[in-house]
Design a binder for this molecule. Structure first.
Ligand code: NAP
Length: 310
């Protein structure tokens, strides 16, 4: 019986691993990818994490993992499919089912993060990997010298457009409103690039192409006029969907799919804690995920004291 299982090895999960180790909790981190880091693995550069200016996402992820390895945190590469609460009298615990093993633990921190949201338009699924991408840093190099479109108006869309403008001939940033929600510093950087054009008040109606993206069908939301824009690639950056699908029954989630948890990462189920992008919160950043990892372990320690093994 473990004291704690941590699901996910992004910034929240790795931070929790370090704090749990230092608190001498018998802990196992379960991560489905052999590499740790979560979303930062697909980030070209991170510029707002204190003390590490302009660090590459991959390097940051590696350094986070190295820190956990230095403390001999234990990891298992496996995919969790279910958590079941066992309400044994005076000794509540959880069974975490994975594709490798079933593991028993007295508490669980779910730090499984979030995934890319889909547009849900015709052609998106059919042409995924054939010009439709959700990761500019992973796939951008295939579009050197070509014309591409980025969809979205948040930080990721702005960062993707800036990144792609370095190698692509032309980048269209397509946003459904007439104002970006990206950080001011990113908007400023975008405005300096003469090969980036923003198409305001515009939504994607479909993606066309035989076995490769050839064009994107657009609709102006004010005029309803439909146009077709020739592009070789489409980078979709329309936000995140929390990875709570398989955990639906273990703790309450809100209408957007996030675990309802307070600032102490405490969910509606005693013994289950939610840390990082997967929980309700105002600001989803690496800094807040790392903070969650630490706070969640503090909450776990209190929980284990409140419910000692009998
Ligand atoms: P986001 O901030 O939620 O932005 C999503 C964008 O996509 C919004 O502009 C939204 O439009 C648009 N959108 C959503 N659904 C759409 C649809 N169906 N069709 C067209 N457009 C749609 O998501 P994100 O950019 O992926 O960022 C996720 C989180 O990570 C955010 O909290 C962000 O601040 C954070 N982040 C931070 C950094 C950094 O600090 N360096 C870097 C990357 C990400 P509306 O604006 O109209 O809603």
């Amino acid at each position: 019986m473990r004291d704690l299982i941590i699901i996910g090895a992004g910034p929240a999960g790795l931070s929790a691993a370090i704090y749990a180790k230092r608190a001498a909790l018998n802990t196992l981190v379960i991560e489905k990818n052999p590499l740790s880091g979560g979303q930062i693995m697909n980030t070209y550069e991170v510029d707002n994490y204190l003390g590490l200016p302009n660090i590459g996402g991959f390097e940051m992820a590696s350094r986070f993992r190295e820190h956990a390895d230095l403390l001999n945190c234990e990891f298992l590469t496996a995919e969790v499919s279910k958590i079941t609460k066992i309400d044994e009298k005076d000794n509540p615990y959880f069974i975490i089912k994975t594709n490798i093993d079933e593991i028993a633990a007295r508490s669980v921190i779910i730090a499984a993060g979030a995934s890319h949201a889909k547009l849900g338009v015709p052609g998106e699924t059919e042409l995924a990997g054939m010009g439709v991408s959700y990761c500019a840093t992973c796939d951008g190099a295939f579009f050197r010298g070509r014309t591409v479109a980025v969809i979205g108006g948040g930080d990721v869309a702005a960062e993707d457009a800036i990144f792609l403008a370095r190698a692509c001939e032309k980048v269209y940033l397509i946003h459904r409103r007439n104002e970006l929600r990206a950080a001011a510093i990113l908007i400023e950087a975008l405005q300096k690039l003469n090969n980036v054009e923003i198409l305001w008040d515009t939504v994607v109606e479909g993606i066309d192409g035989e076995d490769q993206v050839e064009a994107v069908k657009l609709r102006n939301v004010n005029t309803n006029v439909i146009t077709s824009l020739n592009v070789a690639g489409i980078f979709i950056a329309v936000g995140l969907v929390p990875n709570t699908k398989i955990f639906q029954n273990i703790a309450p989630i809100n209408e957007k799919g996030y675990f309802i948890a307070d600032e102490n990462c405490v969910t509606g189920t005693s013994g289950i804690f939610a840390a990082g992008d997967i929980r309700t919160k105002k600001l989803r950043q690496i800094t807040t995920a790392v903070a969650d990892g630490a706070i969640a372990v503090t909450s776990v320690q209190q929980y284990l004291l409140d419910f000692p093994m009998k």
